[in-house]
Design a protein around this ligand. Structure first.
Ligand SMILES: *[C@@H]1O[C@H](CO)[C@@H](O)[C@H](O)[C@H]1NC(C)=O
Ligand SMILES: *[C@@H]1O[C@H](CO)[C@@H](O)[C@H](O)[C@H]1NC(C)=O
Ligand SMILES: *[C@@H]1O[C@H](CO)[C@@H](O)[C@H](O)[C@H]1NC(C)=O
Ligand SMILES: CC(=O)N[C@H]1CO[C@H](CO)[C@@H](O)[C@@H]1O
Length: 586
């Protein structure tokens, strides 16, 4: 419609009002209602119901204000005065129709049709998904205004409330709403617990708006809340104290150790930058730290004589605008490069300088001399020397803690044990202690302290008297526990004319006894030998044994008269039986 018809309508209206104004007694009111959304043709009412009593009319002149859509939305029968809907009415589009109906008789009825609301709209969020950033540690009670849901219906069918349907972990949030002057139910998200990004960095909330219908209508939206980091965590070292032990000759540039810190925050708040606090430590910059990795390197050469321990104060700082700083301590012990292992010199006090001692050595006799020294300090008393492996037979003595002597502590016996594995250990008092060790085998030298001994003290043998010279009689054996010449044995016979030992001989090496002459039972049925065994020591030791040889008699002689001519005289008349001659064998 152009401006002119509206102008015309307005003019008509004014005229009507002038008319009504003049004939105020004739003005009547008719209030009608109709639910919205009724089908076209639904009867709303009858104008004549609004006429004053006693007046009835046919034919009405309908007067409406321009733009009030009476003609388009309502179907008014001008003859009967019946008002019907011309189409489905929507309260949200137009909730009131207002017109005048004038009868021919001049009576005017002001008809007011109120379109009543039904719950035909759900509250609707402007966006089905939106995002909100909230800094962590936001105080409880802080509120964030959200877009309210819009419901075109009127009270009570408009938005009546909001709930969080899903995602409100830990009851982190609540919703609060307040009716605004425009009748909109404004919505705030209220922080209701301590938000910690390091615990949970985002929430996905499902919000629902509901209206007052029965059943109510509702709709949902997703609100993604991301918790923004603040620098609420300081970097944290994995150890509060770090230790390193380095040699004073470590090359500058060498890595010493790595410190390590983490920061739970995000982004720059969580970046860890390592530094050495130069105000508090290492002003001379012996050490440098890699700000990113935490690796501490040697920056320049150290001198043990100048400083043995370096204490570094290392800090980890995050890169926030207001950084948090944590401190850790690094202790670097410098080890003296010259503090080499002590060295040990052992001199054996034997004739040829070899590790040996006579078994005849008396307690107190020296075996070896040990001197402990350090290449840098020379002879050096700050060590502990110990001796192991001697079975208690040896001892260490020292007067000045520089020279140590190994001496015999108990009598030795080579025949019992002929060598000892001795170990001398020198331990210095450094931290950690350094050691020098020397092992050697000490040989026990034999002395001729054992005589050779025959296996038997008495040997016996039976042989026939008729054997050729050179025949085997028996073998004697002897042993000597000593070693070398001290243990070599030689056999001999101690000759004795009376016992006919000269009939026999002995092999000095094998101890085999043989005959050297004809034996004669008749001469000596039991010749006896004394055998001697002698060792090769100086002086030599010897021992003896007895060998009894039993000769067996053989019939080696015809009987012989002791005289081969007997001249006997016998007196006559000698009685019978007188013995006048006795013959006998030799
Ligand atoms: C700390 O971190 C350093 C460097 O990563 C590592 O060498 C060390 O073993 C860690 N210490 C502990 C106690 O985990
Ligand atoms: C620290 O932050 C500054 C600026 O904020 C940046 O230029 C620098 O690169 C950051 N340092 C590290 C180690 O991330
Ligand atoms: C040697 O060792 C003994 C005991 O094992 C100890 O008491 C002493 O302090 C040590 N001496 C040195 C110089 O290390
Ligand atoms: C043969 C021999 O010599 N006979 C003598 C034995 O002894 C007497 C007396 O003594 C001698 O007269 C024999 O001649």
């Amino acid at each position: 419609q152009g401006p002119e018809p509206r102008g015309m309508g307005f003019l008509l209206h004014v005229i009507l009002w002038m008319l009504v104004g003049r004939c105020s007694a004739m003005l009547a009111m008719l209030d009608l209602t109709i639910d919205e959304e009724q089908p076209a043709g639904t009867i709303i009412g009858d104008i004549s119901a609004g006429l004053p009593p006693g007046i009835s009319a046919y034919n009405y002149i309908i007067s409406e204000l321009d733009g009030t859509a009476v003609t388009s939305d309502l179907d008014i029968d001008e003859i009967t005065g019946i008002i019907k809907t011309a189409k489905v009415l929507d309260r949200e589009t137009r909730d009131l129709y207002n017109f005048f109906a004038v009868t021919k008789g001049g009576a005017t009825v002001q008809v007011k049709i109120v379109v009543k609301d039904i719950n035909d709209h759900a509250p609707t969020f402007p966006q089905s998904k939106s995002t909100l950033r909230i800094p962590e540690r936001t105080p409880i009670g802080a509120r964030f205004s959200l877009d309210a849901a819009v419901d075109a219906d009127s009270y009570p069918f408009n938005t009546q409330g909001y709930v969080i349907k899903k995602g409100n972990l830990g009851q982190a949030f609540k919703l609060e709403s307040k009716r605004g002057s425009d009748n909109v139910l404004n919505l705030d998200l209220v922080v209701s617990s301590d938000l910690d990004r390091e615990m949970r960095s985002s929430y996905s909330l499902t919000l629902e708006a509901f209206d007052g219908g029965s059943p109510s209508k509702s709709s949902q939206m997703t609100l993604d809340v991301s918790i923004q980091d603040i620098n609420d965590n300081a970097p944290l070292f994995n150890q509060s104290r770090y230790h390193a032990l380095i040699s004073e000759n470590l090359q500058p540039g060498s890595n010493i150790l790595q410190v390590f810190a983490t920061d739970a925050d995000e982004g720059e708040n969580g970046v860890v930058i390592y530094e050495i606090n130069r105000r508090q430590s290492d002003p001379d910059q012996y050490f440098v730290i890699d700000s990113k990795t935490g690796v501490i390197k040697l920056n320049k050469g150290l001198d043990y004589e100048v400083k043995k321990v370096h204490e570094l104060v290392v800090q980890a700082r995050d890169n926030a605008t207001h950084p948090e700083i944590t401190t850790a301590f690094v202790t670097v012990h410098v080890r003296d490069y010259n503090d080499n292992q002590p060295t040990m010199t052992i001199i054996f006090l034997s004739e040829d300088g070899s590790p040996q001692i006579s078994e005849g050595a008396q307690p107190g006799q020296y075996v070896a001399r040990i001197s402990v020294s350090d290449p840098d300090y020379g002879e050096y008393s700050n060590v502990n020397v110990s001796l192991e492996g001697g079975d208690g037979k040896f001892a260490l003595t020292t007067k000045d803690n520089i020279i140590y002597l190994i001496c015999v502590d108990k009598l030795l016996d080579r025949e019992e044990r002929d060598a000892y594995e001795l170990r001398v250990t020198a331990t210095d008092s450094g931290t950690p202690p350094l050691r020098a060790e020397s092992s050697f085998t000490l040989h026990i030298v034999d002395v001729n302290d054992n005589p050779p001994l025959f296996d038997q003290q008495v040997y016996s043998q039976t042989i026939p008297e008729v054997v050729y010279p050179g025949s085997f009689v028996l073998q004697v054996t002897a042993r000597d526990k000593d070693q070398g010449p001290n243990g070599d044995v030689r056999y001999s016979i101690l000759h004795n004319q009376k016992t006919h030992s000269d009939w026999f001989t002995i092999d000095p090496v094998t101890g085999i006894i043989t005959t050297v002459a004809a034996l004669d039972y008749e001469t000596d049925p039991l010749p006896t030998l004394t055998v001697v065994v002698t060792d090769g020591g100086r002086p030599a030791l010897s021992s003896t044994a007895t060998v009894n040889v039993f000769l067996q008699d053989v019939n080696d002689n015809e009987p012989v008269f002791n005289s081969n001519f007997y001249n006997v005289s016998i007196k006559e008349n000698a009685p019978v039986g007188t013995c006048f001659l006795k013959v006998r064998p030799i």
